[in-house]
Design a protein around this ligand. Structure first.
Ligand SMILES: [Zn+2]
Length: 146
């Protein structure tokens, strides 16, 4: 199950769930509520939007310290990871996410195509808690659950 309810689905393959203003068609992730944040729009109605599963790296960085909330830290020692801001062409938006484990900044470059995967953040007796991550498109790695 997703560690944060409602941010993505994994029916067949992982897909981020945003929503789209029915007036101006602007897409939001995480979902907008109550009113559209487009200053030129007074829309208040939204429909679910399934975001593109592939995008291009717009920027990336190393997270050498634990990010603030809503980042959910797995139990145990903090493990540095890379995260990437990924531009989705169709939605014209940038989605920040962790980079798949096993990949570091040395594996990334601006403009590189990445795809959405989910990985286990932690598990308890009842559930595996999943987070979405960006993985270099086409790259192979052991342990990917996508
Ligand atoms: Zn709008």
């Amino acid at each position: 199950m997703p560690a944060i309810e409602g941010w993505f689905t994994i029916d067949d393959e992982p897909v981020l769930l945003g929503n789209r203003c029915t007036s101006c068609r602007t897409v939001y992730f995480p979902k907008a509520s109550f009113f559209c944040r487009n200053p030129d729009c007074d829309g208040e109605e939204f429909e679910e939007a399934r975001l593109s599963r592939r995008g291009k790296i717009w920027s990336y960085t190393d997270a050498q310290y634990q990010p603030p909330s809503p980042f959910i830290a797995p139990p145990g020692d903090y493990q540095p990871f890379a995260h990437a801001a990924v531009e989705l062409a169709e939605e014209q938006m940038v989605i920040l996410g962790q980079v798949a484990s096993g990949f570091g900044v040395a594996d990334l470059e601006v403009g590189q195509e990445v795809e959405l995967i989910v990985e286990e953040l932690y598990s308890d007796d009842e559930h595996d808690y999943l987070v979405y991550k960006w993985k270099p498109a086409g790259a192979e790695r052991d342990g990917v659950r996508a």
